[in-house]
Design a protein around this ligand. Sequence first.
Ligand code: SF4
Ligand code: SF4
Length: 95
Amino acid sequence: MIDNNISAMCKPAPGEAGKTGDWRDMRPVIDHTKCTPYVKNKPACFLCWLYCPEGVIRDTIPVEIDLDYCKGCGICAEECPMGAIAMVAEGKQDG
Ligand code: SF4
Ligand code: SF4
């Protein structure tokens, strides 16, 4: 069988205890008005996609995060050069 996947990234899937986003106590919220691909309407940056250790960020316009599997580590927010991602406590309103 030929494997055309040239990246080392994997895709999220349910663990024994279910969807792993259930562990999260902080969630990332994207302000798309600060996010380069959205602002420029071009496939650019995507550092959050590159650095997310869970592979739950999609390199789309706009950028999307699969919260079913995001563990809330905050790496995406740390790496975003535009400060477009805020970590918000679960149970609070976005922003
Ligand atoms: S908080 Fe962590 S797991 Fe969730 S999208 Fe950001 S980098 Fe990925
Ligand atoms: S790192 Fe920040 S600016 Fe770059 S694509 Fe992700 S959210 Fe947008």
